[in-house]
Every structure is written in C-alpha cells, then in structure tokens.
Design a binder for this molecule. Structure first.
Ligand code: SF4
Length: 269
C-alpha cells in the first residue's frame, strides 16, 4: 500500500468514498491494517475493500476485527489442491488460506466475499474440481471470479504459466456450469468471447458492456490489435486478447464473429 499521509490528504481533497487496500505486499499482515481502516473512515471513506491472500485471516481474532472494519474482501485463492496452491504461490500456507476463507464465511461475511481464482497453467485442468470444492466449502460467497492469468507484473517473462485459450476453455466452461448449478454468482475475466461459445454471458467484460460501463476497468490495458478482432462484431463487448498473450501464443485461435453482442444474454443470478 502507498504511504498513508498523502493518500488521506487526497481522499479528503477529492472526497473519495471507496478505497481498495492492495499492493506493496500482502496488506493483511501489516500491523496497522485496522488503524488504517479507521483513518480512512475518519477521512470520509464509505467503502473499504481488502485484496488479500487470506492467510493472515486464519487468525480468528484478526478476522473478526477485519470483518467489522472492512466492507468487502477479495481473496486470491488459486487452488483447492495443496500441491497446486504451493506451485502457484510458492507458499506452504494453504491450510491458513483455507482457514481464512472459512473464518470469513463463519463470521457471516458471505455476500461481501469475492473469491478470485487466477487461471494459469498450474491449475486450469483442475477448474471443474475447484468448482466442486467451492460448492462444498465456499457456499454463501458473494462471487467467484475466474480470471485468466496476465503475463504482467511479477509474472512477466514466465511464459510457461500462460495456457492457450483453446486448452483452457473446456475446463473454464465446465467450472462455470458447476458454479452456476451450485448457486454461485460466477464470472470469467480476461478471456475472449469467441473462446466462450455458449457461455459468453459469464464474461466479466461483456457484463460491464451490457450495463453500459467501459469494457475495461480503470488501469487495465486494452486489447491488442489483431486482424480477427478488427473484423469482429463482438469486439465492442469483448476483452479481446492482451498483447502479452499474443507475444507468447499468437492470435490464431481468435475467430471473428458476426453475432451482435446485444443478442447475448448476460448471466443473471
Ligand atoms: S475475435 Fe477478438 S473481439 Fe471477436 S470475440 Fe474473439 S477476441 Fe473478442
């Protein structure tokens, strides 16, 4: 997280009402996490979101205090399988991450909990299994977001972590179907519509477009230029492929569509 002083000054000056605690390392291990939340409230912030790996929330007392101080939790949880979790995170704290998720649910956070599951080469084949595990262990969570890995930031240069769209797609679709059947709100993010045939309504970016929002969230790089996308009727509502994906896998999988985005039904839950 950036230094608090200048951030608080800007929050007051610009009357910022929503703040996300993230970046600069895992925010939940900071000893001043709860004090920071209190200072943000005092500065007028109405909605605080914490992006976390959930490990520190295995401590029930901290979790209880955080649940009272913070409005929304985004927990990055890349696998229900301990060995895959260890490979994806280089951490042996799988039991604590699961405990943190359970503590949040036991404390009634539920609708305020979003589970982010980054799809990578480590875990894409296990996506349907993750959905089945979620049905048993995450019932009540507000959202499950399957986000296709970006070869950016710390992951930049680790080309092996990026599966092809084509190999990941069948597993993503099966996972989305299972999540829906289990009663979850579920979306898939950063995954092209032409790879989601029959499941386009689960696309995070398509849902933003259908609500009248910009397809990309603020700060997210827009789609790469490619011939298929230039000729595609779905382009206004699609995330396309990222440049960093094209550098590794190319764009040959993408297929221009004649389908109008307005003919696709967004998943409603
Ligand atoms: S061709 Fe491009 S714009 Fe069209 S659906 Fe595929 S990725 Fe999206």
């Amino acid at each position: 997280m950036p230094p608090l002083g200048p951030a608080l000054a800007r929050i007051k000056r610009d009357r910022i009402k929503a703040v996300s605690l993230e970046g600069g390392g895992e925010p939940s291990v900071r000893p001043d996490l709860l004090a920071t939340a209190a200072k943000l409230r005092a500065a007028g912030v109405e909605h605080i979101m914490l992006s976390t790996n959930g490990v520190a929330l295995a401590d029930m007392e901290l979790c209880r205090e955080a649940a009272a101080a913070i409005d929304q939790f985004t927990v990055n949880f890349p696998s229900h399988l301990p060995e895959v979790y260890a490979a994806a995170t280089r951490s042996v704290k799988y039991p604590q991450a699961v405990r943190g998720l359970r503590n949040l649910l036991d404390l009634g956070v539920r609708e305020r909990l979003r589970v982010f599951h980054i799809i990578s080469s480590f875990n894409f084949r296990a996506l349907p299994g993750f959905a089945a595990w979620a049905a048993e262990n995450l019932r009540g969570a507000g959202l499950v977001n399957l986000t296709f890995v970006r070869n950016a930031g710390r992951a930049r240069g680790e080309d092996g972590i990026v599966p092809s769209y084509s190999e990941a797609a069948p597993f993503i679709k099966l996972a989305l179907a299972r999540l829906k059947l289990a009663g979850f709100k579920a979306v898939v993010q950063n995954f092209p519509l032409c790879m989601l045939k029959g499941f386009e309504g689960f696309s995070f970016e398509f849902q933003r477009w259908s609500r009248g929002d910009a397809v990309f969230e603020e700060g997210v790089a827009s789609a790469a230029d490619c011939a298929a996308c230039a000729a595609c009727a779905l382009a206004p509502a699609c995330c396309g492929a990222r440049t960093d994906y094209g550098e590794i896998r190319g764009f040959a999988e993408l297929k221009a569509s004649r389908i109008r985005p307005s003919s696709i039904k967004p998943e409603r839950f």
